[in-house]
Each structure stands twice: as structure tokens, then as C-alpha cells.
Write a protein that binds this ligand. Structure first.
Ligand code: NDP
Ligand code: A1CAB
Length: 271
């Protein structure tokens, strides 16, 4: 793995950094520019990476990951513009389109736009990637390598699809945690000790996802195998349908996808 510089060392950068180190990258081959002192201290203590307060102190390795909030990206890109040569820029910012980032970077074109997710920390992430047709195979494979080190990858050939990827797998862990929290709380409401309810909810999620991944069966088939005629699951699923949970999930993904496109529109208007 190449040496890599992260600009922004918050939640998502920390997840990727943790995964990279777990997969064998030397902490000293990773530098992070992070304005927040607490976040810097945590990154040093947790991972032993090199941290800097601002861009002017950074070496800027040939592989750069932009991991600041979308709203901070125009300013960060403007500060980077004069320092880029053959660098490969990997953006993880939700919504921000390659053409806009390239413009903010002063015309720099070696960019791969990606959408990872936080399970990268335990090397169980999944990332969507997009590169403009002009980006060479070497740049694509370097970007892929960094994300493959922390999980699976899928390429999309139409940039607008990254809005859907963001809504499904970028934001997705939050939906899953929401469901786990709800399942745990429901268990407690049924009289289980909190610790027991958490263990049941977590292992059920893990086990069901592992079964779906490893069996290769359709999730609907696996669901039917749990659902005995006239039994408990049938009643539970009917209650989920009656509460509109399936529709709610559809609406959540649609809203998140729309927000991704909206972020691109709002920030893309900036010069
Ligand atoms: N969290 C997630 O699950 C995912 C996030 N993303 C994307 O990753 C990016 C980062 O998100 P996330 O990690 O959640 O956000 P965080 O707010 O946790 O991290 C961003 C960090 O960058 C710091 N920062 C702000 N300005 C600068 C600057 N000029 N130079 C260096 N550091 C700076 C922030 O400091 P301060 O807080 O003081 O401003 C903050 O610590 C976003 O663009 C998001 O869309 C993508 C996939 C999933
Ligand atoms: O909530 C967000 O905007 C970011 C992008 C995907 C996950 N977190």
C-alpha cells in the first residue's frame, strides 16, 4: 500500500485508517491533517499515525483522501490546488461531484469519487467508486486498493448512482443500528435484561447477515424458512407490514439519496 495523506480525520477517516492498519499498513505511512485537537489526539493515541494541525505542515503523499464534510471541501480543495502534481485524490464526501471538485482543485483531474461506510473500521466495509472516463487504470486500481483493504468495492459507471450507493450503504449502517436499538428496546419491553436483549439483537443481526452472505440464498427464501405457518414470525412480520416498515425503509433511502444529490447541487454552485 502507498503512503497516504488524509485531509480530515473524523469518524469516517478514523474507520478507514483503523482498517488500513489492521490490514498491515504502517501507521507512520499515514499522515492526517485534522483541525480539531481532540480528534488529532485520539488519532495519535489510537493508531499512532502522524498528525498535523493544518495543510501547510503536511507532506502530501501521492495518495490523498479527502475526508472533510462536504461543506468544508471547497475551502480545503482551494488550499490544496497549488500543491497538487500527479497526486491521486480520493474523495469520500457525500454528494460532491467530480467535475466540481476538479474545478475547486484548479483543474486537477486525477480524482476517484468514493462512498465507503464505517464498518471499514473492522474491515467489513463496502464502498462504491466512480471515476471519470479519463482517469487511468493505475489511479483506479490505487483507489480500489485502499478501499479493498477495508472491505468490498463496487464500481458504478454513472456518477449519479453514487447518490443511491450513499443512501443504501453509506448511510445504511445507521439504519441497521437503528433497527438493532429498536429490537433491543423491544426485548427489554418484553421483560428481558438489557444485556441479554442486546446480545440477542446483535448476534441475530450478525448471524442473519452471515447466513445470507454465505448461503447465497435469496433473503426472501431465508425469511420464509423462519416463518412457520400459523407461528410467531408470521404475526411479527404482519405487524411490521401493518406499521409500514418496508415503506419506511424505501422512504429513508429515497430521502437520503435526494439529500446526496441536493448537496451536490448546493455546493456545486460554488465557484
Ligand atoms: N460518517 C460516515 O459514515 C460517512 C461519511 N462520509 C463522508 O466522509 C466525510 C467526513 O465525514 P465524517 O467523518 O462523518 O465527519 P467528521 O465531522 O467526523 O470528520 C470531519 C473532520 O474534518 C475536520 N476538518 C474540518 N475542516 C478541516 C480542514 N480544513 N482540514 C482538516 N480537517 C478539517 C473536522 O473538524 P471539526 O469537527 O472541528 O470541523 C472533523 O474532525 C464527509 O464528507 C462525509 O460525507 C462518507 C461515508 C460514510
Ligand atoms: O450522513 C452523511 O451525510 C454521511 C454520508 C454517508 C454516511 N454519512
Amino acid at each position: 500500500m502507498h503512503k497516504v495523506s488524509f485531509i480530515g480525520g473524523g469518524n469516517m477517516a478514523a474507520a478507514i485508517i483503523g482498517g488500513l492498519i489492521a490490514s498491515g499498513t504502517q501507521p507512520t505511512d499515514i499522515e492526517v491533517v485534522e483541525v480539531n485537537a481532540d480528534a488529532r489526539a485520539q488519532l495519535s493515541a489510537r493508531f499512532g499515525v502522524v498528525t498535523h494541525t493544518d495543510l501547510s505542515q503536511a507532506r502530501l503523499h501521492p495518495l490523498l483522501v479527502l475526508a472533510v464534510k462536504p461543506q468544508s471541501l471547497p475551502e480545503v480543495a482551494a488550499a490544496l490546488a497549488t500543491r497538487l502534481a500527479g497526486h491521486l485524490v480520493v474523495s469520500i464526501a457525500a454528494g460532491i461531484r467530480v467535475a466540481d471538485l476538479a474545478r475547486w482543485l484548479g483543474g486537477h483531474a486525477r480524482i476517484v469519487r468514493t462512498m465507503p461506510n464505517t464498518p471499514a473500521l473492522v474491515r467489513a466495509g463496502i464502498s462504491g467508486l466512480y471515476a471519470s472516463p479519463g482517469v487511468d487504470a493505475d489511479a483506479r486500481s490505487q483507489a480500489e486498493a485502499i478501499l479493498r483493504a477495508v472491505g468490498g468495492v463496487v464500481w458504478v459507471d454513472d456518477e449519479t448512482r453514487l447518490d443511491a450507493v450513499t443512501a443504501v450503504s453509506g448511510s445504511g449502517p445507521a439504519y441497521v443500528f437503528y433497527f438493532i436499538e429498536s429490537l433491543e428496546a423491544a426485548g427489554v419491553a418484553q421483560g428481558l435484561p438489557a444485556e441479554t436483549a442486546r446480545q440477542l439483537a446483535l448476534q441475530t443481526f450478525f448471524g442473519a447477515a452471515k447466513l445470507a452472505l454465505e448461503s447465497g440464498e435469496e433473503p426472501a427464501v431465508l425469511r420464509q424458512r423462519v416463518t412457520s405457518k400459523g407461528g410467531t414470525t408470521e404475526r411479527g412480520l404482519a405487524a411490521l407490514d401493518a406499521a409500514g416498515v418496508r415503506a419506511g425503509i424505501g422512504q429513508a433511502v429515497e430521502a437520503a439519496s435526494r439529500r446526496s444529490a441536493e448537496l451536490g447541487d448546493e455546493l456545486g454552485r460554488l465557484a
